[in-house]
Design a protein around this ligand. Sequence first.
Ligand code: ARG
Length: 313
Amino acid sequence: MIDGRAMQESLLMNVDAESAVLSDAPRREARAAAPARRALLMCAPDYFGVDYIINPWMENQIGQAALPRAKAQWENLRGKLAAHSDIAFVAPTPGLPDMVFTANAGLAIGDTAVVSRFNAKERRPEERLFCEWFEAQGYSIAPWPENVPFEGAGDALLDHARDIVWCGYGWRSGEAAPKHLEKIFGRRAVALRLVDPRFYHLDTCFCPLSGGWLMYYPDAFDIASREAIRAIAPAEKRIEVGEKDALAFACNAVEVAGRVFLNACSDDLRSRLTDAGFTPVVTPLSEFMKAGGAAKCLTLQLPGAASAVTPQG
Ligand code: ARG
């Protein structure tokens, strides 16, 4: 069994007014393009907090995240995701307040995983723990060069429709990371330079969706990268969000089976997602925003059937 708490799901879904309002089944197009279930890795926020500053969101936030509220928000997200995906857990560890952001564990495709080489020295102790988790699940760990920072699926997003990996660099992951990923995983890595420090990981401003759709905030990228995005994704598949949605981390979304789980969503973005065939599901994550993360950062997409994954923690 993947999720020991699965019993709570129907209850959680029922009492959640927001998801009740937004729970219209996704339209046929997105449903057809979206994989029915996803396998995700999460880490409970037992030791979450803002204890240091490694991105602009954390400034003036040390000690400000309310742990009980963070736990409730995380549990709400987990419950919503668990209705549509199989969730595995890595054990939280005292002294590692950002470990809850499992997107930064690494990148796993097929039976191979690359473990992050954190740029942020505060997060380096997480590497060994994520490595052990991947090893325990039977992934083969690809060697990664010591001198190339890489912060996992925070900066490397799979685009299932195109079979490519979109890679962000400039703040946390190094410019050389995409080439190494390309070699390891044998699929094209498109390198995008991030230029706004508030959007320091690719997943804070860019989200590939089913059916070739892309939701992203163009101003987070340099001009060449914006052009690269436009050359690959046609206009009719691009959902370009404005600064307000971007600052509410709307692009830091997790899509499962046509549902798009996100911290916040303007009416305009909501109708654009709906027109594209998706169902936005708002799941507030204010406490994690204080650390510079939201829905997507709290999950790592795992390949294949999650039934092969053993829960921990
Ligand atoms: N405080 C964390 C850090 O700066 C937040 C990580 C958010 N993760 C993400 N995938 N964007 O590393």
